[in-house]
Design a protein around this ligand. Structure first.
Ligand SMILES: O=C(O)CCC(=O)C(=O)O
Length: 265
């Protein structure tokens, strides 16, 4: 399979048309983010591509294409569904998805790029003192955190917050998880879902989470994707974080399919 690097460190464009699924899966593990130009991909073919990587899921809260296509989530900026804060997908689940395949259908004239951070490279660049400190620590990830942020910043009401907290959709994962297929350690906390590091005093937990996030989003670990309509990006959710730049006017519409994961170790 022919690949072209997107950055010196991670990410690759797949140049071979109709790549072999097992080679694609291997490339995803090796490069963490793959770009395919797929102008004619139908929702059925999108789901089939997801299934070639693993079992595909119905997303916990995004709207979807409806009967028969529940696994195709719709991220429509007109409905307020643009993920503009750094995150790994659905880390509040006990088994967060291993990867996501997102395709651009409608794009604004300019802006709305997506940033990706390589959390394995970021882990490797931590000081030995910090990696020793993180060893064995676990953090809580909670769907309620988004509702809390919306409430704090005026885009969500108290009832929505109470409902999200009542739902208790939270899980605990290692702060530095081991990637099950590469054995690499990856920083696995993010500002969208991670609430605190288990067992630490609040100030210390907040300080460590802020440090890790600042560290892993340094330019040297980040790829910025400028979308074209029909682009399909596939990312390894175990070894990356991503966010959309909230810098655009106009319409942005994406379809996404994600692949069910296993336990975090
Ligand atoms: O819309 C994008 O570019 C990224 C979508 C996203 O953040 C997600 O699917 O979790």
């Amino acid at each position: 399979m022919e690949l072209r690097p997107l950055t010196p460190g991670f990410g690759a464009e797949v140049l071979t048309p109709d790549p072999d699924p097992s080679e694609l899966r291997r490339a995803l593990i090796d490069h963490k983010v793959l770009l395919l130009r797929a102008p004619d991909l139908t929702p059925d073919a999108h789901m089939a591509l997801g299934r070639s990587i693993g079992e595909i899921e119905v997303h916990a809260f995004f709207p979807n294409l409806g009967p028969g296509y529940e696994q195709v989530s719709v991220l429509d900026s007109a409905e307020g569904n643009t993920a503009t804060m750094w995150h790994t997908d659905e880390s509040f689940l006990p088994h967060p998805p291993i990867g996501t395949l997102t395709r651009a259908l409608v794009l604004p004239a300019v802006g709305g790029d997506t940033l990706f951070a390589d959390t394995a490279a970021a882990y490797r660049a931590l000081t030995p003192a910090m990696t020793r400190y993180l060893d064995g620590l676990e953090a809580w990830h909670d769907l309620g955190r988004i509702a809390q942020l919306r409430y704090r910043f005026g885009s969500g009401d108290a009832e929505a917050l109470a409902e999200a907290l009542r739902a208790e959709r939270r899980s605990r994962h290692p702060v530095a998880r081991v990637h099950p297929e590469t054995g690499e350690r990856c920083i696995y906390v993010n500002p969208t879902y991670t609430t605190w590091i288990d067992g630490l005093p609040p100030e210390e937990s907040d300080m460590i989470l802020a440090h890790l996030q600042r560290h892993l989003t340094r330019e040297r670990f980040v790829y910025r994707h400028r979308w074209q309509v029909g682009d399909l990006l596939i990312w390894d959710n175990r070894a990356t974080q991503h966010m959309v730049l909230d810098d655009f006017d106009g319409h942005r519409l994406m379809h996404r399919v994600s692949v069910v994961g296993g336990a975090t170790g």
